[in-house]
Design a protein around this ligand. Structure first.
Ligand code: ARG
Length: 464
């Protein structure tokens, strides 16, 4: 078939080259954005007197018909069309005749694809943002429910100090809140219209880029046409925000996998979010968490793929940039799916608080508190640290714990020890007294802050 762009060619392209060149099988998912952009373009052309009102109206109606037919599955994508932009224009011309051929005045697929991708990502960022907020809400509720459930906190995967399950969960809430911020930053910087940059050097037609941008809901327009068509920073930023989000889900997944093992038994994942083994009947595998951890690699890959594609590309548009979409689409699908599984998995997860508590009783989580006790009585911290360490060593050799040592034994190490040491080193007090800002005993403030943030988001959404 003769190509719409067959300007100077003397013969047709090879079939294999057509197949290689075609992006329709993946960019067809942007048909709504492409048609919306074309409607605004037709309206702008008539607004500026480049097309008549009648022509613009015919184009807009024709485009609306194509959108409806695609929505309803009445129109199939023609694999022979090179990309979504060509496909829509081809159908429009088939349906409207010559007027269809006027749509592409003062436009190029270069600014068109940049526009479509921004419109598409605007919508997907909002969707992902909503999913992160939903997870954040579930997480905060769980944290509130288990704000007093004592568990060991770890450093180097060694039991370190007492925390609560709520405190641990709220750490992830903080990460997710930053993830929302990163998505918002991306959306903010992406809110710039490239349409009207045309192929690379603008146009001789008296177009109104600002008017067209406003029709499409953009706050501003790209000021340099060469940058407008070659900029894919917004895709890189989106992929990078998603990579960080996935890194958080992956770390969380890792903990869920550990916690649901027999070695820990800190949580029990719901049967709805685990699988069995085809050979070992006793197994309950945390596949969903493992997949979220695994799929993080895909999203990192999408980011690396696009960065590598863009590296060294001269200005302005180059066909290499067609590769942007598969990376972005794969990331969108992966992140959405992971969040959709992760949230109900957290909502249905059952923490085993007795096991956490038992684990916290072992491992000398109160060794720092013992040193702090001495320090508060005037012993320099480094000396107190040493005494506490020696006592831990004594306990290990005698198979006992700090809180079980008789006062006489303690006093052999420091005459500062008194009866009041015992309440100072109970597990409950070690946690309850960590009231410093951000500590486990101030978790209620963290929960309240996130809840405030969530309700603010809800009000903003309603106001939109
Ligand atoms: N399918 C192309 C892409 O995804 C659209 C832009 C093509 N422009 C061109 N002059 N060949 O990047």
């Amino acid at each position: 078939m003769a190509k719409m762009w067959a300007g100077r060619a003397e013969k047709e392209t090879a079939q294999i080259a057509d197949d290689f060149n075609s992006s329709l099988h993946f960019d067809c998912r942007m048909y709504r954005q492409d048609i919306t952009g074309s409607m605004a373009h037709a309206a702008m052309l008539s607004h500026c007197g480049i097309l008549t009102e009648q022509e613009a109206q015919t184009l807009v109606l024709g485009l609306a018909g194509i959108m409806a037919d695609l929505d309803e599955g009445k129109l199939a994508f023609d694999p022979a069309a090179e990309d979504i932009h060509m496909f829509v224009e081809q159908v429009l011309t088939e349906r409207l005749g010559d007027v269809g051929k006027k749509l592409h005045t003062a436009r190029s697929r270069n600014d068109q694809v940049a526009l479509d991708l921004r419109l598409y990502l605007r919508q997907e960022i909002a969707a992902i943002r909503g999913l992160v907020l939903a997870l954040l809400a579930v997480l905060t509720d769980k944290a509130e429910q288990y704000k007093d459930a004592i568990m060991p906190g770890y450093t180097h995967m060694q039991r370190a100090q007492g925390v609560t399950f709520g405190h641990h969960l709220m750490a992830y809430a903080m990460m997710l809140q930053r993830d929302v911020g990163r998505l918002d930053d991306t959306a903010g910087r992406m809110d710039v219209s490239p349409i009207g940059c045309c192929a690379l050097a603008g146009t001789t037609f008296p177009i109104d880029r600002v008017w067209e941008a406003q029709q499409l809901g953009f706050s501003s327009v790209a000021l340099n046409s060469m940058d407008g068509v070659s900029d894919r920073d917004f895709c890189v930023e989106f992929l990078s925000a998603c990579a960080v989000l996935m890194m958080h889900l992956s770390r969380f997944s890792e903990e869920l996998i550990l916690w649901s093992s027999w070695e820990f038994r800190f949580v029990e994942l719901d049967d709805g979010f685990t699988t069995g083994s085809s050979i070992m009947p006793q197994k309950k595998n945390p596949d969903m968490a493992e997949l979220c951890r695994g799929k993080t690699g895909r999203v990192y890959g999408d980011l690396m793929a696009l960065l590598t594609t863009l590296k060294g590309l001269p200005l302005a548009y180059n066909k290499d940039m067609q590769e942007d979409k598969e990376a972005v689409f794969d990331c969108v699908d992966t992140v959405k799916m992971c969040l959709q599984v992760f949230t109900p998995m957290i909502a249905t997860m059952k923490p085993c608080v007795e096991n956490m508590y038992k684990a916290a009783q072992k491992g000398f989580l109160n060794a720092t508190d013992l040193a702090d006790y001495l320090t508060k009585k005037g012993v320099p911290f480094r000396t107190a640290y040493k005494i506490s360490g020696q006592l831990v060593s004594w306990c290990i050799h005698h198979d006992t714990v700090l809180e079980a040592l008789p006062l006489e034994t303690l006093q052999q190490y420091s005459d500062v020890f008194d009866e009041d040491v015992y309440p100072a080193i109970t597990l409950e007090n070690c946690v309850a007294r960590r009231t410093s800002l951000g500590g486990p005993a101030s978790v209620e403030a963290q929960i309240a802050a996130v809840k405030d943030y969530l309700s603010q988001q809800q009000t903003e959404q309603k106001g939109e």
